[in-house]
Design a protein around this ligand. Structure first.
Ligand code: XMP
Ligand code: MG
Length: 181
C-alpha cells in the first residue's frame, strides 16, 4: 500500500529514502572531486533543500552560489519553452569546478540553457546534479552527471518542489493530486 502524508498526499520518496540517496550522491561527488574545490550552484527555488543536504554530504571544500530562472508560467505544469535568467551568479566561476544543483531535470531546457551560459565563463569543470530525472520528457539532449532518482512522467511536489509555490516545505517527495487547485 502506498504511504500517504497527514494531508493525504501519496508519497513517492520518503525523507529517509531521500536522505540515503543524497548521502550516496555526496560520496560519489566527493570521490570524483577529491582534493579539489567546488562551487555548488543551486537553481532557485526548488533546489534549495537539495543543495542544503547535498552540500553537507560532500567532504570537499565547497562554496555556494545561486541563480534563478523562469521557465514555467505560474500554476502551469507544462514548460513554455523559454528560459530567462532572473538572478545571475554573485561570484565569477572562471577556472573553478562547478556543480549545478537542480531539483528536477524534465525537458532539459533549463539545464541546457544554464550549461551553455556557465560554459561561456570557462569553468575548470562543469557537472550537474539533479535529484530527480524524467528522461521521457526530454526535449534538449542533456544528462545529469549525478541523478538521485529517475521517475516516469509524474508531477511531483515537496522537498523544494512546488505547485503554484505551495508544498515546497514537505519533507517527502509526493505525487501531485490530479484534483489539486
Ligand atoms: P525543464 O523542463 O527545463 O524543467 O528541465 C526543469 C524545471 O521544471 C520544473 N519541474 C517541476 N516542478 N514538479 C515541480 O514542482 C515537477 O514534477 C516538475 N517537473 C519539472 C522544476 O522547476 C525544474 O527545475
Ligand atoms: Mg526548479
Amino acid at each position: 500500500m502506498a504511504t500517504t502524508t497527514a494531508q493525504g498526499l501519496e508519497v513517492l520518496f520518503t525523507r529517509d529514502q531521500i536522505a540515503e540517496r543524497v548521502r550516496q550522491m555526496g560520496e560519489q561527488i566527493s570521490n570524483d572531486l577529491a582534493g579539489e574545490k567546488l562551487v555548488m550552484i543551486g537553481v532557485l527555488k526548488g533546489a534549495a533543500p537539495f543543495l542544503a543536504d547535498l552540500s553537507r554530504s560532500v567532504t570537499v571544500d565547497a562554496t555556494f552560489d545561486f541563480v534563478a530562472v523562469k521557465s514555467y508560467a505560474k500554476g502551469s505544469q507544462t514548460s513554455s519553452g523559454a528560459v530567462k535568467l532572473i538572478k545571475d551568479l554573485d561570484e565569477p566561476i572562471e577556472g573553478k569546478n562547478v556543480l549545478v544543483v537542480e531539483d528536477i531535470l524534465d525537458t532539459g531546457l533549463t539545464l541546457a540553457f544554464l550549461r551553455k551560459l556557465f560554459l561561456q565563463h570557462r569553468p575548470k569543470s562543469l557537472r550537474i546534479a539533479a535529484l530527480l530525472d524524467k528522461p521521457s520528457r526530454r526535449v534538449e539532449q542533456i544528462d545529469a552527471d549525478y541523478v538521485g532518482f529517475s521517475i516516469p512522467n509524474l508531477f511531483v511536489i515537496g522537498y523544494g518542489m512546488d505547485f503554484s509555490e505551495r508544498y515546497r516545505n514537505l519533507p517527502d517527495i509526493c505525487l501531485m493530486p490530479p484534483d489539486a487547485v
